[in-house]
Design a protein. Structure first.
Length: 386
């Protein structure tokens, strides 16, 4: 049965529309038309607020009290997805930070199982390590960082785990392997790196397409040594993830970065940990206690350990602290990550043929409801018939 969602302002991925309705045909969007043009035979459902493409998070380490490194199962992925859905995330990559070879295989297998089981929202997996630079380890365990080998490549490229994103330090992975992984469809992003500008640019030419949490776990931009930050700011064709929790990077630095490279290929990510969507205020990460302190997550020595950020808050921070327009913030939360993941023809827009994976926001940009493939949140009715 066709259902027309009426009464809301619509951001279709490009522009804001007033007086329009989104007509859903099961899991897909059938049309976006003026409300007066909705056919009489189509069931109407009155909502309100702002209807937008659902948010897409390429870096969710945990949520709902679950850490993917500790609960590396399809059930763990489901719990993380359910926690983030409350904040508008309709597609995500459960993210495994640097761990053992066995744990990496578990993550790939769990994601494969989750996809087969059609767990809502999961579209792939993000392997953030272990092929990183210990000099820029952040909270990752440097003892688990290592060189990639043929066994790793076979496991990663042979998995049927949807979109596979890998964060690598370009100076630690040969260009031949970068080319090999990219040719196999693996999405490669530079992060936890001390690589030179030249090393990063060479990796870009070989198939690397993104930068993981820009500024974090990489040396700062230097006048004579631009490094990875300079490589990112000098490349408006690459995709950059940013954590807009206002703890990882200052608002001024984020504004400067976006002014330098544009917002079109800049993505909001959460880097979220188990505290998101949970009452928990601390958790254990690879043997280290992490506590929530003034909105940030830190180890006892003060090292940032992921974030307590959700995508709805990231959108609000982008508007309020960075001064960007609503349409730009929504693009950075949906269409940009969709295109980065090669899903730009299915997600990130409200247009005919696209998946009906949507978020409904109130006037304060808090989440009222979500749809994933046309199915609304079970605990939040989408509105009264009208």
């Amino acid at each position: 049965m066709l259902t027309a969602l009426t009464g809301a302002r619509i951001f279709d991925g490009t522009r804001l529309l007033d007086g329009h309705a989104a007509i859903l045909d099961g899991a897909r969007i059938a049309a976006v038309v003026e409300e007066r043009d909705v056919p009489a035979a189509v069931r109407r459902q009155k909502i309100g607020g702002l209807l937008a493409p659902g948010f897409i998070d390429c870096q969710a380490n945990g949520g709902g009290g679950v850490l993917f490194n500790q609960t590396t199962t399809a059930e763990g992925i489901a719990a993380i997805g359910a926690a983030h859905r409350r904040y508008g995330t309709v597609a995500f990559l459960p993210t495994l930070i640097t761990d053992t070879r066995a744990k990496m295989r578990e993550a790939l297998a769990a994601t494969t199982t989750a996809l087969k089981a059609k767990i809502p929202g999961v579209v792939g997996v993000h392997l953030e390590g272990p092929f990183l630079n210990p000099e820029r380890r952040g909270v990752h365990d440097p003892q688990l960082m290592r060189a990639i080998d043929d066994e790793d490549i076979a496991a990663i490229t042979g998995a049927k785990a949807g979109r596979v994103l890998m964060t690598i330090a370009p100076e630690k992975v040969s260009l031949a392997i970068v080319q090999r992984l990219a040719a196999a469809g693996i999405i490669l992003s530079a992060g936890h790196t001390a690589g030179s500008y030249e090393a990063v640019r060479a990796a870009r030419a070989a198939g690397l397409t993104g930068f993981t949490h820009l500024f974090n776990a990489m040396p700062p931009l230097g006048g004579r040594d631009p490094g990875p930050v300079g490589a990112a700011l000098d490349d408006d064709e690459a995709w950059c993830g940013i954590i807009v929790d206002l703890h990882h990077v200052s608002a001024a630095s984020l504004r400067i970065a976006i002014a330098a490279r544009g917002w079109q290929r800049t993505m909001l990510v959460t880097d979220a940990m188990p505290t998101v969507g949970s009452a928990e205020t601390e958790f254990t990460l690879l043997g280290r206690t992490v506590r929530r302190r003034d909105g940030a997550l830190k180890t006892d020595d003060g090292t940032l350990a992921g974030s307590d950020l959700n995508m709805a808050s990231a959108v609000r921070n982008t508007i309020e602290a960075l001064g960007l327009p609503l349409e730009v913030a929504l693009h950075m939360a949906s269409r940009a990550p969709a295109e980065f993941l090669g899903l730009g023809g299915a997600l990130g827009r409200i247009a005919p043929g696209y998946r009906a994976s949507l978020v409904l926001l109130d006037d304060g940009l808090s989440v009222v409801d979500t749809w994933i493939d046309g199915v609304a949140s079970a605990d939040q009715p989408i509105g009264a018939d009208a």
